[in-house]
Design a protein around this ligand. Sequence first.
Ligand SMILES: NC(=O)c1ccc[n+]([C@@H]2O[C@H](COP(=O)([O-])OP(=O)(O)OC[C@H]3O[C@@H](n4cnc5c(N)ncnc54)[C@H](O)[C@@H]3O)[C@@H](O)[C@H]2O)c1
Ligand SMILES: O=C(O)C[C@H](O)C(=O)O
Length: 329
Amino acid sequence: MTRTPVNVTVTGAAGQIGYSLLFRIASGQLLGQDTPVRLKLLEITPALKAAEGTAMELDDCAFPLLSGIDITDDPNVAFDGVNVALLVGARPRTKGMERGDLLEANGGIFKPQGEAINAHAADDVRVLVVGNPANTNALIAQQHAPDVPADRFTAMTRLDQNRAYTQLAKKLGVTVNDIKKLVIWGNHSATQYPDLFHAEVNGKNAAEAVNDQAWIENEFIPTVAKRGAAIIEARGASSAASAANAAIDHVHDWVNGTPEGQWISAGVVSDGSYGTPEGLITSFPVVAKDGRFEIVQGLEIDDFSRARIDASNAELAEERDAVRSLGLI
Ligand SMILES: NC(=O)c1ccc[n+]([C@@H]2O[C@H](COP(=O)([O-])OP(=O)(O)OC[C@H]3O[C@@H](n4cnc5c(N)ncnc54)[C@H](O)[C@@H]3O)[C@@H](O)[C@H]2O)c1
Ligand SMILES: O=C(O)C[C@H](O)C(=O)O
């Protein structure tokens, strides 16, 4: 192994997503089997001991690609030289708690982390925000990192996309391998819009293949959009292994590119495409090329899709206004 290790920082490393994520990163699933990684684990002070326990287990795996582990409660140390930052640490939503309640609790975490990324990250840093409310937390961090190109800050909607793939596959009796271009627009929240109208199943339009508008409106969209809450209801804790899996998918594709003819979903800084307010971090259909996400352009948006995309972006604009009024951006 001659390559210089890539510095990967994971915040909330002692949490449940961290416990799924770290072993997959260290085993090479994030960046590939020829890329050594150095892990930097950021936790709050009371959770440092638990993070140390996870690091002991990582050591005990003897991963050939893992070149070292640093553990800290200081964002300035955690983000020093970081190439890939996975911002997972946040307060998860618990049963009965609305996402809006999370804004104030979590906003304070992402401002200092954005500042630390701005001051200490490597030039090629890429940031994925997983901690909820992911889109707005990503916006807060991005706004406090003025020296980092804005397109390096992203929010995760890949889990929603993966959920949509399986719901559609089950409905049509196909496998997820038969589906392409099924993407999420908007916020990682119950207002998100999983879009069957641009998706393909074995080369055919997915909405036409389903041919059941009532199922699309009353089952497919709500099932995908409320899946996070359904998991919390069932497990008594928010999704963890599937969230870690989606984070791996997101960064892997960002770095390695998307296959020809495939789109994926990512929350990226809006350039105003599709009438989305510029500057919001909102999910679009994107392709990854040369290490960058590009928003897929030129799609026709019918009235059904338009109403849903606009509603989700209106929610994001409200979240932005709320954090602005709290002085967080
Ligand atoms: N975007 C998505 O698709 C998606 C999916 C699932 C979960 N989530 C979100 O991911 C987040 C993490 O979920 P989890 O289940 O791992 O939660 P968890 O409570 O198990 O772990 C969170 C960890 O973050 C740590 N933490 C808190 N503040 C921190 C800070 N300032 N710096 C560093 N670490 C800090 C905590 O100590 C804890 O160990 C939650 O906000 C959850 O809602 C997002
Ligand atoms: O933690 C949550 O609120 C749910 C989570 O974002 C999920 O989609 O599983």
